[in-house]
Design a protein around this ligand. Structure first.
Ligand code: FMN
Length: 198
């Protein structure tokens, strides 16, 4: 079936599956672009940890700059670029924090050292030296000893509900193929699609 006749989630799923077979590492790595109330965009990589009709989910520290920006302005953009496929996907929409139950369930699947790392890291705050981080890791490792490590309240996930997708496929001599899907107003499961110039 032609790309324009398919559901954008289905297209994304197929492209990610292809990328997962070819990329050397992190096929789920995506750029997350946010802008807080000062209107200045900021971009960084995060890992996609789930996607479906509800949206695209990533996890992070809730006190980090990105989380502050999302709270100030809940609109964000995601970008995938798979070099081995010469393909790009842009996704834009509104972001909401996932439920505590969803975050707990995901946190429980993480390696124990990553769980302790989440407690120890004051993400993006100034670090006086590596020893400060090592000390905090040791403190939390001792605190949880051999018991389970609960999810810190300051660590959770966000879900971006797509309103717009763009699929970009490299063509010869820069005649790239681009298809834009926009969610139809009033019919959340309907999309309009158009092809645009490269
Ligand atoms: C490939 C890759 C994946 C990353 N995944 C995550 C992630 O899933 N969550 C996260 O908080 N930071 C992740 N990071 C680190 C972020 O890019 C960033 O440095 C950090 O979240 C702080 O961002 P902020 O100061 O804008 O909040 C990743 C970095 C790279 C290079």
């Amino acid at each position: 079936m032609a790309l324009k006749d398919r559901d954008p989630l289905e297209v994304f799923d197929a492209w990610l599956e292809k990328a997962s077979r070819k990329e050397i590492n992190n096929p789920t790595a995506m750029t997350l672009a946010t802008a807080g109330k000062d209107g200045r965009p900021a971009a960084r990589m995060v890992l996609l940890k789930g996607f479906g009709p509800d949206g695209f989910v990533f996890y992070t520290n809730l006190d980090s700059p990105k989380s502050h920006q999302i709270r100030e302005n809940p609109y964000a953009a995601l970008l995938f670029h798979w070099k081995t496929l010469n393909r790009q996907v842009r996704i834009e929409g509104r972001v909401e924090q996932v439920s505590d139950d969803e975050a707990d369930a995901y946190f429980a699947t993480r390696p124990r050292a990553s769980q302790i790392g989440a407690w120890a890291s004051r993400q993006s705050a100034t670090l006086d030296g590596w020893a400060e981080l090592e000390k905090r890791v040791a403190i939390y490792a001792a605190r949880f000893n051999v018991g389970p490590v609960p999810r810190p309240e300051f660590w959770s996930g966000f879900c971006l509900q797509p309103e717009r997708f763009e699929f970009w496929k490299e063509g010869k001599f820069r005649l790239h193929k681009r298809f834009i899907f926009k969610r139809s107003e009033g019919a959340a499961d309907q999309w309009s699609v158009r092809q645009v110039f490269p």
